[in-house]
Design a protein around this ligand. Sequence first.
Ligand SMILES: CC(C)(COP(=O)(O)OP(=O)(O)OC[C@H]1O[C@@H](n2cnc3c(N)ncnc32)[C@H](O)[C@@H]1OP(=O)(O)O)[C@@H](O)C(=O)NCCC(=O)NCCS
Length: 217
Amino acid sequence: MKEGTVVVAETERLVIRALSAQDVPVLAVALADPSVMRYSLRGVLSEAQTAEFIEWCIGLYRERGYGPWALVEKDSEALAGFCGLSPELIEGTEEVQVGYRLAPQFWGRGLAAEAVAEVLVLGFQQFALPVIAAIVEPEHTASVRVLEKSGFKSFERKRFHGRNVRIYRQWPACAAPASHNGSCDPTGFPAGALESADQVGRSVDMELRSAPFGGAL
Ligand SMILES: CC(C)(COP(=O)(O)OP(=O)(O)OC[C@H]1O[C@@H](n2cnc3c(N)ncnc32)[C@H](O)[C@@H]1OP(=O)(O)O)[C@@H](O)C(=O)NCCC(=O)NCCS
């Protein structure tokens, strides 16, 4: 691990750390791959756009403490992709969503679910988020499965930037596997939950509302 690396957490196979400008070349290869960006609003990114994305992440770390983080495979020390938390405008209200993208050579080994599980713990425990959302197109079966494996159960069907999506939400009780007894699987959305998300929205820096990457990656 390079000097100055900001490690956020570790899982069995991954180090979750802050992204830095040094990650641009490797992440840019992944984010220029059509298979990685198939389910994204922006499509493939140029290296300059990846650099812009990482700058945006660094701004989020500074202002909120969280953002999309780098996933580094412990065995190979290779940058596998990113997973983390970011603000997203959902029907005019800002919420915090979990997002993830891995380079294809890292798919199919359970790494995304491993990362999402840890990011949810960070979101609920370290950052005390009242609710975490996840937006996915129903046809994206691998990503739907990642969310299911990470404890997301309830979803709403919505139109989002012209696409049919599922908006999943998870609340803190669901984040702790030891206490996960199914009671956090509401059939609808608890009345308090969206209010809480609205409270998050009110404290948001207005500049972030127009962030070019909110949900667009
Ligand atoms: C989606 C993505 C994150 C999954 O990463 P991953 O590390 O392969 O995910 P995991 O191995 O943790 O879990 C994938 C699950 O989906 C299943 N799956 C994979 N492809 C599938 C398919 N075509 N149909 C059905 N299930 C599929 C796997 O079997 C696995 O479930 P299982 O553990 O029950 O067998 C990865 O493919 C990726 O980065 N894609 C590009 C970026 C992206 O689309 N991000 C999400 C945007 S919403």
